[in-house]
Design a protein around this ligand. Structure first.
Ligand SMILES: [Zn+2]
Length: 264
């Protein structure tokens, strides 16, 4: 199907060999708004937008955005058939746009609309996930909530710390959950990050100077795998959780420092 389409497009261009004819066909910018108006019903039927119950105005907006993606040349208007074929070829992104725009512009949703948004929204609904989460909880749509976790883990930026309230891996370094807004305790963070064990390991390997520095700074940064002196945290992006040192931690450091001094 794709090959056919390409061939027919190429042929139609290459048949215009006569320079005169080419010149007479002046470059005329394609009016996508106008085109969206005329193709709105066809595209809406093709994608089932009216069955989904999307408001008329929003359908127009979505169709306009879809045309922007599938029409690559600004002067040449493809046939309706070609446009539909291209939409079919870009169905993943087209559905993502529909889902994202629905979530962005609509206030009340039917269960079917929510299903569409959650299953097809992909990476485009990530910024709106907290709102979507609230809607799904209110409607008790637990299957969709489970799928939403998968969406977050696949397309979002999952954190190493799971939120005890919503169950998403979305606790941020400031201790609050990106999805549900819950704040976890310092104790919880330490446990989830496996702080104790990592800290002992870190103390063993850090230099005396570095250990001394950490006592002065008062906290360390912890990610999924390691502990860092805040001064030397890696540049690569990721979640680095500040863990403030408690008396017990400082005691461990002091013991390690004096142990090494004895060895010398
Ligand atoms: Zn949460």
């Amino acid at each position: 199907m794709e090959a056919d389409e390409k061939t027919s497009e190429t042929t139609s261009v290459s048949t215009q060999v006569k320079p005169k004819k080419k010149r007479s066909r002046k470059k005329k910018a394609l009016d996508l708004d106008k085109l969206a108006d005329s193709l709105k019903d066809t595209i809406s039927d093709f994608l089932g937008l009216n069955i989904l119950g999307i408001p008329e105005e929003l359908i127009k907006k979505i169709v306009r955005e879809i045309l922007d993606i599938v029409i690559t040349s600004s002067s040449y208007k493809p046939s309706t058939d070609t446009i539909l074929k291209r939409i079919n070829r870009h169905l993943d992104i087209v559905r993502m746009i529909i889902a994202a725009r629905m979530l962005e512009h609509m206030k009340d949703f039917t269960n079917e609309q929510l299903e569409f948004i959650v299953y097809y929204g992909g990476k485009m609904i990530i910024p709106e996930l907290p709102r979507l989460y609230k809607i799904l909880v209110k409607k008790k749509l637990f299957d969709l909530l489970d799928y939403l976790k998968y969406v977050w883990e696949k397309y979002g930026q999952p954190s190493p710390v799971k939120c005890p309230k919503c169950g998403f891996y979305s606790v941020m370094p400031d201790s609050t959950c990106f999805i549900c807004g819950y704040t976890v305790t310092d104790e919880y963070l330490r446990e989830e990050l496996g702080f104790e064990e990592k800290f002992r390991e870190y103390i063993k390997n850090a230099s005396v100077a570095e250990l001394q520095e950490i006592i002065d700074i008062g906290f360390v940064l912890v990610d999924k795998n390691n502990i860092y002196n805040p001064k030397y945290r890696p540049r690569k992006p990721g979640y680095y959780f500040p863990i403030y040192l408690r008396k017990r931690d400082i005691l461990l450091i002091s013991e390690e420092i004096s142990r090494r001094k004895i060895k010398i």
